[in-house]
Write a protein that binds this ligand. Structure first.
Ligand SMILES: [Mg+2]
Length: 227
């Protein structure tokens, strides 16, 4: 008998290589406007973006505030005379085209799909995430896809998981696990929702906050060792 029945998968940094998609989209949108994208600009953008998503996870600002203020703030800080709102829309369009897979993603889903009930739990923009799942041909492995934008909540909030769990038939919390690369949203979320957790940590990051983790892996294929 399987230890688990239901698997909740994060998408970005877990199944899809979001870093690669982000970098590509950023390069393209900066090139479209003939703005310079050097290490300083990249670093500044990353700092602003990371800060805003942290505020989002804490429930301080909403998703629209994150995405529609990051380039506005960036342009302000760098003294670029540009329309940060329109720039975001163009960036989102390009981001939706990126769907590079993480190592082993398709193989692992192919293996898990007949044995478990797979669901997507992702913080993000519905239109973008659906397009990326479709283009990467991962969508059909999942019974349902829960994008935070459509739920009114987000990982790691318990309310987000309550919303998902109401829509998963015959859910058994003791046989449910969340797999994701973010300690603050996926693993903390799993703890808030009282399900098991698996941290995908390819870069061997430190668990500074000492968030409780049930399983830790560097590569998706290591899932075979306990699933
Ligand atoms: Mg992630």
């Amino acid at each position: 008998m399987n230890k688990f029945k239901t698997i909740l998968f994060d998408i970005d940094g877990t199944l899809l290589d979001f870093k690669a998609s982000e970098e590509e989209a950023l390069e393209k949108v900066f090139a479209m406007h003939n703005y310079i994208l050097d290490e300083h600009v990249k670093g500044t953008y990353e700092r602003i973006n990371k800060f805003l998503w942290e505020q989002y996870e804490l429930g301080i600002i909403d998703r629209n505030m994150v995405i529609y203020s990051r380039f506005v703030k960036l342009f302000e800080e760098l003294g670029i005379d540009g329309d940060g709102i329109r720039f975001e829309d163009e960036y989102q369009e390009l981001l939706g085209e990126g769907h590079a897979l993480m190592d082993g993603a398709r193989e692992v889903l192919e293996y898990l799909h007949p044995k478990y009930e797979l669901y997507v739990v992702t913080n993000g923009v519905t239109r973008t995430q659906m397009k990326r799942l479709q283009d990467s041909k991962l969508k059909d492995y999942f019974k349902d896809i829960f994008v935070s934008e459509a739920t009114g909540y987000q990982k790691p909030m318990k309310e987000y998981f309550d919303y998902c769990f109401e829509r998963i038939p015959n859910l058994d919390l003791s046989k449910t696990i969340i797999i994701g690369d973010s300690l603050s949203s996926d693993i903390q979320g799993g703890n808030n929702a009282s399900v098991a957790t698996c941290w995908v940590n390819p870069d061997s990051l430190d668990n500074k906050e000492k968030i409780s983790v049930d399983y830790e892996i560097k590569q998706l294929k290591e899932l075979y060792s306990f699933l």
